[in-house]
Design a protein. Sequence first.
Length: 112
Amino acid sequence: MMTTTMTTKINVVRHDSPIGMLSLASVEGKLVHLDFDGNDDRLKTIQNRRFKNLEWAENGNVPASVIRWLEGYFDGECSALPMADINMIGTDFQKSVWDALITIPFATSVSY
């Protein structure tokens, strides 16, 4: 009997920014990782823990809304993150922290 192993395709795109090249990775059309370029070992270690049987694709697609947001951010245009196109993977606690962080208005400092 033959068994089929499901694979998860991860698309990695390099994006030039004012602070250097960035690596953006997406799975099923949602951003799962953003890092400075040159950290592929870290990217692979983290994503191999999250997803099994990864198939890596360089120069794939990431959500256009994320690219637009990054470009706007570096142009000084503050807008809400396109959360519908971002897959926040973490523990329930991590997700609750991230949910709280995205409610903080831009250019505001908050302590806890």
